[in-house]
Design a protein around this ligand. Structure first.
Ligand SMILES: Nc1ncnc2c1ncn2[C@@H]1O[C@H](COP(=O)(O)OP(=O)(O)O)[C@@H](O)[C@H]1O
Ligand SMILES: [Mg+2]
Length: 369
C-alpha cells in the first residue's frame, strides 16, 4: 500500500527559475495518473522531486503519512522507470531483472523465484535468456518495468516513455502499458505517474489527469471531466484535436450570443448563469468544440435559432471525418463533420450544439459557471 500526498510543493532551481508552484496532489493505490502540459511546464521537475532525484525547495511530500522530503531515492517506495536504453546491454533479461536483488545480497534461489514471477506477469518468460538488443521496443519497456517491480516499488514514474517511438508503435504501446499497469496494480497495489506533453496520450491513458502550465496545476480530473468541463481556456484549448473554437462576442438579455453576423440562441440555463454572474451585455469568450458543430440538414432545419450559413475557407479531409475551416466574425473556427463533397468557397449550413458550449471571462480566461 502506498498513498502519496504532495502538499504545496515548490521548486526553485539554483539559477532562480521557479519550475513548480504550490503543487498539491494525492495519489491513491492502483491509480494511473498522467501529468500533461506543454514543454517546460514543470512535469519532469515534479516527477524528479517525487523520485528523490531533485530537491524539494518547499512543501511536504508524504508517503503513507510519513514525510519523505529528505529520504534518498532508494528509501522511497518509488521507482523512476527509465527508457529502455537504460537496460544493461551485456546482460540477459534474466540478469537485468535480478541484478538489483543480487546487489542486495539475495540468495540465488530467491532471486530466481522473484524473477520468474515478474517475467510471468510481464509475459517475458520466453525471452529471459535474450539480451536487450534482440528484443522489441515494447519488450524492452517491460523489462525496464520489471526491474522496478522486483525492487518492490509501489509507485512507478514514467517520463515521456513513448516519445522516441514512431506514431504507430506509440499507439500500440499505450494500450500495452495500460494493460500492464492494470495487471501489476491488481497484484501489487501499485500506482503509476506518467508524464507526457501529448494530450491524446493523457486522454486515452489516465484515470486522473493533471494539466499543468508554467509550473502551476490548472485542473485535476478524469479525462471525461477535463474534456467536458474545462476550468479555463488553457485546458479547453489544450485538450482535443482540433482544439476548441473560441470567439469573442456578447450575450444579450434576449438570450442570444452575438458576434458580428453570428447570432446563436443560448440555452436558458446558461443564460441564467451569465446573468447571475453579471456577464450579460459584457464581452465573453464563446467556446465550442469542432465536433459539436453539425452539418446534418435535418438538425439545421429543426434548430434554426442555433444554425447559420458559413463560408468554407479550407477543407481538411481526414478519412471518414472532414475538418471544415471557417470564420466566426473574423475569428478562425473549425467544424468536424462526416466527410462529404465540400470545397473551398462553398456555403454550408451548420448547427451549433449550444448545450455543449462554454463561456469564459476574456480577462481571467476562467470558465463562467
Ligand atoms: N536543472 C535545471 N536548472 C534550471 N532550470 C531548470 C532545470 N531543469 C529544468 N529547468 C527549467 O524548469 C522549467 C520546467 O522544466 P521541466 O520540468 O523539464 O519541464 P517539462 O518536463 O514539463 O518540459 C523550465 O523552465 C526549465 O527550463
Ligand atoms: Mg520533461
Amino acid at each position: 500500500m502506498a498513498v502519496l500526498e504532495l502538499s504545496k510543493i515548490n521548486k526553485i532551481y539554483p539559477n532562480g527559475v521557479q519550475a513548480v508552484h504550490d503543487f498539491n496532489l494525492k495519489i491513491n493505490d492502483r491509480e494511473f495518473i498522467v501529468l500533461v502540459g506543454p514543454s517546460g511546464c514543470g512535469k519532469s521537475t515534479t516527477l524528479r522531486m517525487i523520485a528523490g532525484l531533485e530537491e524539494i525547495t518547499a512543501g511536504d511530500f508524504l508517503i503513507d503519512g510519513v514525510r519523505v522530503n529528505d529520504k534518498a531515492p532508494k528509501e522511497r517506495d518509488v521507482a523512476m522507470v527509465f527508457q529502455s536504453y537504460a537496460l544493461y546491454p551485456h546482460m540477459t533479461v534474466y540478469d537485468n531483472l535480478g541484478y538489483g536483488l543480487k546487489l542486495r545480497g539475495m540468495e540465488p534461489e530467491e532471486i530466481e523465484e522473484k524473477v520468474k514471477e515478474v517475467a510471468d506477469i510481464l509475459e517475458l518468460t520466453p525471452y529471459l535468456h535474450r539480451k536487450p538488443k534482440s528484443l522489441s521496443g515494447g519488450q524492452r519497456q517491460r523489462v525496464a518495468l520489471g526491474r522496478a517491480i522486483v525492487r518492490e516499488a509501489k509507485v512507478f514514474l514514467l517520463d515521456e516513455p513513448l516519445s522516441n517511438l514512431d506514431a504507430k508503435l506509440r499507439v500500440q504501446m499505450r494500450t500495452e502499458l495500460i494493460k500492464i499497469h492494470e495487471k501489476i496494480a491488481e497484484k501489487f497495489n501499485t500506482s503509476t505517474i506518467y508524464v507526457t506533453h501529448d494530450q491524446i496520450e493523457a486522454m486515452t491513458m489516465g484515470d486522473k489527469i493533471v494539466v499543468m502550465r508554467d509550473g502551476y496545476i490548472q485542473q485535476v480530473a478524469s479525462p471525461k471531466e477535463i474534456y467536458n468541463e474545462p476550468v479555463n481556456m488553457f485546458v479547453a484549448g489544450f485538450m482535443g484535436t482540433p482544439p476548441m473554437n473560441f470567439a469573442k462576442g456578447i450575450v444579450k438579455s434576449d438570450g442570444y450570443f452575438y458576434a458580428g453576423d453570428t447570432k446563436l440562441e443560448v440555452p436558458l440555463a446558461k443564460v441564467n448563469v451569465l446573468k447571475e454572474k453579471g456577464y450579460i451585455d459584457q464581452e465573453v469568450v464563446f467556446g465550442i468544440r469542432p465536433e459539436d458543430i453539425h452539418n446534418d440538414p435535418v438538425v439545421c432545419e429543426t434548430y434554426p435559432s442555433t444554425s447559420m450559413e458559413i463560408r468554407v475557407d479550407l477543407v481538411e479531409l481526414l478519412g471518414s471525418e472532414t475538418n471544415i475551416y471557417f470564420a466566426i466574425n473574423n475569428q478562425n473556427a473549425v467544424a468536424s463533420i462526416p466527410t462529404k463533397a465540400v470545397k473551398r468557397g462553398d456555403f454550408l449550413k451548420v448547427a451549433f450544439d449550444m448545450n455543449q458550449c462554454h463561456f469564459f471571462d476574456p480577462k481571467t480566461e476562467l470558465v463562467i459557471k
